[in-house]
Design a protein around this ligand. Sequence first.
Ligand code: C2O
Ligand code: CU
Length: 481
Amino acid sequence: MSERPRPTRDRRGFLRSLAALSSAAALPRIGRASARTSAATSPRTVATTLRAAPARRQVVGTDWPATEVWSYNAVVPGPEIRARRGDRLRVTVENGLAQETTVHWHGIRLPNAMDGVPHLTQQPIAPNGGRFEYTFDLPDAGTYWYHPHARSSEQVDRGLAGVLIVEESEPIRVDRDVTWVLDDWRLDRDARIVEDFDSLRDATHAGRIGNAVTVNGAVTESLPVRAGERLRVRLVNVANARIFALEFEDHAPRVIALDGHPVPPHPPAGGRVVLGPGMRADVVLDCGGEPGRRYRIIDRFSARLNYRVVDLAYSDGPALRASPLAASVALAPNPLPEPELAAAVRHRVEFAGGMMGGVRGGPEAMRALLRNGLAWTMNDVAAASHTPDPLLTVARGRTVLLEFVNATAWWHPIHLHGHAFRILTRNGRPEPLRPWADTALLAPEERAEVAFVADNPGRWMLHCHVLEHQGAGMMAVVHVR
Ligand code: C2O
Ligand code: CU
């Protein structure tokens, strides 16, 4: 076990002994104050503006210089947008960057024209002042997020990402509803972002892994809690490539939602909450620790490189209550169309390429791809843009069963736009809870079957959310018509 944040080997000296670290700040918030203060009201429109532009932020401790980032509204992560299920969201995006951008609303089942994929669903928002208005309804409650879909490896990495929370009409009872945005950054000794976004080494291996892990945009020593309180923690992994497997020392979190969608409350498998890039988990944490003590949250994803992400720091005061709240933590389901498996159209989607892997056509074909900055294929095609020919075309309303086959030596979080799917099996074995998700994390050589009703017309991305893999060809289009 080592100290957080974990620098990569060559930069080990850098972020090791951070002295002046802060407690995590709450995220700036737009929209409803909280579901608990607003009685059930009719749907309304939540309107806001997001301006993408450069800013300076204290990503590491105050002993280091501020970092030049790209941000929404000058904060990293971007403002937390809150609305309630059924509300309409209207967001005007202003592009203050010197390159094109878009905003994608990750996990939201919205009209195709609002999906934020450059050239596929909209013209990119022009640099230096371009604007675009996104307007759509929010059909599902849960934890979602937004980020650019243009040159994602660079734009998301530099800090463009924010959380979108859609509250239930009847939320569960908790003392605090908190959001922990997990990210990592590749910084040099002066806390500057290392600008090797097009590294072919990252693209062919695990993606751009950083050397500073942040919670809510800053390297964070501790998160304050009070004995006896019940937290709803919304975990969101906005890192380009890092996979987290969080263990809560001496605590027993219960997972209540994955990728926004409710699951029966359950302890995470193996005691670890696993989140690939793009993925979310809502967990209920009953703070049963002792006042004044600290408990570690440890990332155990890599067997060789466990590290402490952050501490839960208990205040000294007396416990809020003697025993945990008895109230149920089960969430009501979202109105998702149930796949009709007997009538499903089946498609196999094979992922290939990467280091220690191959593509059809052998080493020569692989070298040809690499010369063009590509390294991965889906059904033998490496997409060089957001507008490849559709991988599959399906009639609206059909149930689609996708068999994902990871024929590579690497992990891939595979994300589908515009829909949520049920994860049915992994390596032929039924997945116990058949959870709804928009992203399925595939281990090396793993297979998984997912199914969904293709009820949302349009051209939808299906891609790896390791953004360097996506940029190196690992994306495709599913056309629903
Ligand atoms: Cu989170 Cu295609 O994206
Ligand atoms: Cu990948």
